[in-house]
Design a protein around this ligand. Structure first.
Ligand code: ATP
Length: 303
């Protein structure tokens, strides 16, 4: 069994570089088409593994060539793939991603095999969750599976970290099982109704999440870093200044690195700094899993 369990999605990212995002009815010429391993669950699992976490991944891939290859890639990255299920007659999840020349991205998803990661599909993996120190999840797989995993983790004192992305409204029952939450500004607004524009509004949003039972709220603020709030008191933990190539998987790298920092015994703020460094390196590179750094790269960056 593993100290960290990540439950989440696996996608084939079809990535195209574009001069700007096409408006409705407009056709633009893109370039540099690539198929890159992605999916928030997979990205976070790979980030944790490259930073040397003891990690098991609960996921569903299709029985297509991408699914077969990606499972092997996970194993080579050091992920325990016992709970990565191969779904018969089903494609692996996909994401169509446009990356603009200024580094912004625009993404359209189709769940495919990810839609099969339901509450009943994870029945055999519940002991894995109970035995772990941390459970890290996102929102690209069915909510019934996420809710089941969160409840089982809470009952077993496994610490639940939720990266509530992509943004959606969540039940109070699910939020009550969450120990730490890591929304970006948009996700924080969808969860709380508060538009995060400054320290005051960030704390207002954090307080609403605290009131739902979540002890630690970390609102990620892109290049600015993270608003960290505990027990109703918050402050900004600044990120690193780097030249941006592509922000795809910045948040995922941050989450995988953050939980690895905690597993390494770092205090909260130090784990956030460690995660900032990993995420900063990732934004200097193109793609999702292709941009995630190794432990040595993060240590060299911080030296
Ligand atoms: P994405 O969806 O692009 O993966 P996100 O919206 O989930 O990211 P962000 O708040 O944009 O999350 O970024 C998460 C973390 O990544 C930040 O807290 C920071 O550590 C790092 N980061 C993001 N953008 C930059 C940047 N331009 N420069 C340096 N670090 C960055």
């Amino acid at each position: 069994m593993n100290k960290l369990v990540v439950l989440g999605s696996v996608n084939a990212d079809h990535v195209l570089q574009v001069p700007s995002f096409p408006r409705p009815g407009e056709t633009l010429h893109g370039r540099n088409y690539q198929v890159i391993p992605g999916g928030k669950g997979a990205n976070q699992a790979v980030a944790a593994a490259r930073l040397h976490a003891d990690i098991g991944f609960i996921a569903c891939v299709g029985d297509d060539s991408f699914g077969i290859n990606i499972r092997e890639n996970f194993r080579m990255d050091g992920i325990d793939i016992t709970a990565v299920k191969m779904e018969p007659n089903c494609p692996t999840g996909i994401a169509m991603i446009q990356v603009s020349d200024c580094g912004e991205n625009s993404i359209c998803l189709s769940a495919e095999a990810n839609a099969r990661l339901t509450a009943s599909a994870i029945e055999a993996d519940l002991d894995r969750i109970r035995d772990a120190d941390y459970l890290l999840m996102q929102l690209e797989t069915p909510l019934c599976g996420i809710e089941k995993a969160a409840q089982v983790a809470k009952d077993a004192n496994t610490i639940v970290i939720l990266n509530p992305a992509p943004a959606r409204v969540l039940s109070d029952e699910l939020l009550a099982c969450v120990d730490m939450i890591t929304p970006n500004e948009t996700e924080a607004e969808v969860l709380t109704g508060v538009t995060v524009i400054d320290a005051e509004s960030a704390q207002q949003a954090a307080n609403i999440l605290h009131a739902k039972g979540i002890k630690t709220v970390m609102i990620t603020l892109g290049a600015k870093g993270v608003w960290l709030s505990q027990d109703g008191r918050g402050d900004i933990i600044a990120g690193f200044n780097v030249e941006v190539t592509d922000t795809t998987a910045a948040g995922d790298t941050f989450n995988g690195a953050f939980v690895t920092g905690l597993l390494d015994g770092l205090a909260l703020e130090s784990a956030i700094k460690f995660a900032h460094a990993a995420a900063a390196i990732s934004v200097t590179r193109f793609g999702a899993q292709t941009s995630i750094p190794t432990r040595k790269e993060v240590e060299d960056f911080l030296a």
